[in-house]
Every structure is written in C-alpha cells, then in structure tokens.
Design a protein around this ligand. Structure first.
Ligand code: DUC
Ligand code: ZN
Ligand code: ZN
Length: 475
C-alpha cells in the first residue's frame, strides 16, 4: 500500500450532500482516501476548526476577451486565474467568443493561444455563438461539442453578438441533437435600443441611465421567450446572470411545469443595486453590467431563489475593465452610458461574499453553498466528478476555509488586474486560507504560490444535469 503525498487532517469536510469531520488522503494530485485516522502523509495540513471544501468552479467569467475597438479587458488568463485561486476557485469556465465573420474553429484556436501555458487554475471553455452560419450549425458545433466544448452561450442583445429568434431556434436544435447545454443572455435588444435612444435624445446620458435603459420587463420578456423556445425545441437551457424578481418568476413557473430550465445568478444581484450606478461623477460606471443591478426587493428575491432551488449556479460573471483607463470604463467618459464597457470584476470575491453573507448569516447552508458554487456547475457543464466534489478519484482541488476570520475587502488585497472592486469596504467573515490545485498548494497565508502554466485545459463531457438531492425540483 503506497502512502499519501499529503494528508489534510480533522477538517470539517463538506460536499453538496454531507458534512463530516475526517481526513483526506492525496496521492498524485487526486483524492485517494477519506476517513478517520489515515496513515501518515509525506506532508500534512492540520485543518481542525476549518471547513474543507471542493475548489470553487466559476462557470461564468471573461478573460482576455476582445471587447470592441479601443477597449481592453484588464485580466488575461494569468491574472484572472491567479485572482480565482486566491479566492478559492480552482476551475474556471470562461468563453471562447466568436466574432461575426470568424469560424468557431478559429475562435477556439485563438483562445487556446491566449490560455494555454498561462492559466494558474484549470479551465474549460464555453463557446459564444454569434454567427449561426450553416458551417457553424452543421459542422463546427457538432464537432467541437464532440471534442469537449459542450456548452455555448447565445445572446438576445448586443448588436455584435445577438441572434434573432430564428437563429436561436436553429442553434437550440443543434444543442438538442448533440446533447449540449445552451446558456442564454436574456434581454430584449429592441426594447433596450428604443429606450436608449429616447434617453439620449433627452440628454440623459450619465452611467445611472444604463439601468433605466434595461428595466426588469426587458429581461422578463426575453427570459419568457427563451423558455418558450426551449419548450418548443425540447432542449434544456440555462438562463445566465438572472438579476431579480421578474425573470425569477418566469423561471420558477417554467420549472414548475417540468421544463428543463436552469438558472444562474451572480454577486452583483445580491450586493449591488441600481443606486450604485448613481455614484458621484462618472464613478457609477464601475457598477455598469448587464443586466443591471436592481433594487432591495429584487436582492431578496435572488436570495430566496438561491435557497429554494430556482438557481442551480452562482457564478461571478467576472468581466474586468479598469476604471482609470482610456481603454476601460473611462473610455466612455463624456459620452453616453451606451459606450461604457459592460461588466464588473468578481472572480476572487464571489465565494467569500456568499460564504459570509449567505452561509454565516443563515440564508443558505454550507452544503447548498458547495452545490451552488462547485458541484452543480461541474455537473451541468460535464466536469463532475473530476471537479466539484471531494470523493475518492476526484482531483484534489481543495479549499480550506477559516470561518472565523474577519476581513475588509479592499482592492489592494485582491489579485486581479483591475483598479477597483465594487465591494470595497465590505467587512466579511470567513476566508479561504489555503487553496490546492490537484494536490499542489497555490494559495496559503495570503500568498499566491501558484503560477502560469499550473492550470490545464479540461475537455467537458456532455452535461450531467441530474441535480443533487434536495437542490432542485422539477427536473
Ligand atoms: N454582461 C454580459 O453579458 N457579459 C459581460 C459582462 C456583462 O455585464
Ligand atoms: Zn451575458
Ligand atoms: Zn458574462
């Protein structure tokens, strides 16, 4: 019997279904034993009094994504995944975004050039399909799905990305035929364009009018339409970055009818509101993302939907643009809200925010936390059980949490390449104190000790949508 490379002792080990105090034995980057009083390891970590959780899986983040002329994302694969590791995330699923006119194959090759050898945690890719040509639908998507790119995002808004209703149906039909998962950005493009033109004509161009131009009804209508299309084609869809009560009602209604509608929300819909876009001067641009943050009532609806199983996934939608930068948020200063790069950073704060404000404040239990942030995304995107759990045979992607540590978020404590965080000044309790990626420590005692090339590409299986017991009804 071979020994262990590492034993983590006496931690409170949590999966999506159980909490137990035990040891974890690791060999060759994998978990090989869970039990009491395991034999000695070459190295040991004492974890009593600490939670031991599967590494986070952030299933929605954007790194190094071309974002239009003169605009540059702040994080590439190195800085984005470094930040992920320091926040307890060991797997990310960013996007390989097709630009209209490009093939999907060229897009995927381009993103591999950006990521391979640079990522500090493991990564897979969702595709973004923005040009649903016959080549894409008939040849490229089927072969890429077969090769491990088993999920793709489509947009109902943004001129350079959106598909029309017919194209959405054609794309969903391919997902059904190939067994892929479709993620949908649900906002009605024409409603936004009409409202934006009216606001601009009235001189209402400040950042706060971004929220006015995309009210909840715009998201509700598109969510309902996406659900209808999924029903018509008879294929599952996952509605991403759901912002509040109105789309939640649509999703809950669909799930109650037995439709396979999955849903994701993000920290900005729990911790920000549209008032944050009203910050002095141009500062509101820091919180411009789409859909926009809503109001206190919607925040409550999002908490409730995390708790009652309407949402399966909690992702960051990390979309990093620097504020004081002519290629970032400030590229739009003096212009209309329409030109502000959409997105806020959050890959490192995602888990601590939900842990502190969700678990420790009694809104969700710790097993639900693991399900939402690790197990469910791994299952839904075909990475389970290699990722998303602590089980014999799984990768030893493990995060040790100190549930008592109090700390205040400031941008200089984060490891992204963005010059702000919208959560600055929030005092949280609980923090990842050690992160292991396939058995290697990459974050310990507030020091990042991983590096570029430490992360590897993960081809995905087809979605495994069976939900863990108690997490969701109606599937
Ligand atoms: N909205 C998106 O759809 N993607 C990136 C960021 C954002 O705000
Ligand atoms: Zn989106
Ligand atoms: Zn996004």
């Amino acid at each position: 019997m071979k020994g262990y490379d590492l034993v983590i002792r006496n931690g409170t080990v949590v999966t999506a279904s159980d909490t137990t105090i035990c040891d974890i034995g690791i060999r060759d980057g994998r978990i090989v034993a869970l039990g009491e009083s395991l034999g000695a390891g070459k190295e040991e970590i004492e974890a009593s009094g600490h939670y031991v959780l599967p590494g986070g899986v952030d299933a929605h983040c954007h790194f190094d994504q071309p974002s239009g002329p003169g605009i540059q994302m702040a994080d590439d694969f190195e800085t984005g995944t470094r930040s992920a590791a320091c926040g307890g995330t060991t797997t990310v699923i960013p996007f390989a975004a097709q630009q209209k006119g490009d093939t999907l194959r060229a897009t995927v090759e381009d993103y591999h050039r950006r990521a391979d050898g640079n990522a500090c945690v493991d990564y897979a890719f969702h595709l973004i399909v923005s040009d649903a040509t016959p080549l894409v639908l008939k040849e490229e998507l089927p072969s890429l799905i077969e090769e491990g790119y088993t999920s793709f995002k489509i947009y109902m808004t943004y001129d350079d990305l959106k598909l029309n209703d017919r194209e959405i149906l054609e794309t969903l039909a391919v997902a059904r035929q190939e067994g892929a998962m479709t993620m949908i950005h649900a906002e009605n493009a024409d409603c936004i364009a009409w409202l934006s033109d009216a606001l601009e004509a009235a001189g209402q161009t400040a950042p706060r009018f971004h929220a006015t131009s995309r009210p909840p009804v715009v998201e509700r209508e598109a969510t309902h339409r996406a659900i209808s299309f999924a029903e018509l084609v008879d294929t599952p869809v996952l509605i991403v970055h759901v912002s509040g009560q109105e789309p939640i009602e649509q999703i809950r209604w669909a799930q109650g009818r037995g439709l396979r509608i999955y849903a994701e929300t993000c920290p900005q819909y729990l911790f920000l509101t549209a008032d944050d876009l009203k910050l002095d001067g141009f500062e509101g641009a820091k919180c411009v993302c789409s859909p926009p943050p809503r109001d206190a009532r919607s925040q409550e609806a999002v908490w409730e939907a995390l708790e009652n199983g309407v949402f399966q996934i909690f992702s960051s939608d990390h979309a990093p643009f620097r504020y004081e930068d002519a290629e970032g948020k400030k590229s739009a200063e003096g212009k209309s809200f329409k030109h502000i790069p959409n997105g806020i950073p959050g890959v490192e704060t995602r888990l601590p925010l939900l842990f502190s404000e969700g678990v420790l404040k009694g809104r969700i239990d710790i097993t639900k936390f693991v399900a939402l942030t690790s197990t469910n995304p791994a299952r839904i995107y075909g990475l389970y059980p290699r990722k998303g759990t602590l089980a014999v045979g799984s990768d030893a992607d493990i995060v040790i949490w100190d549930p008592t540590l109090e700390w205040t978020i400031t941008n200089d404590r984060l490891h992204h390449n963005v010059d702000y965080t919208p959560y600055s000044g929030m005092t949280l309790t609980g923090k990842p104190i050690t992160t292991l990626l396939r058995g290697q420590v990459v974050w310990k005692e507030n020091i990042f000790i991983g590096g570029p090339g430490g992360g590897c590409f993960l081809p995905c299986e087809r979605p495994q949508p069976a939900m863990p017991k108690g997490v969701s009804k109606g599937f």
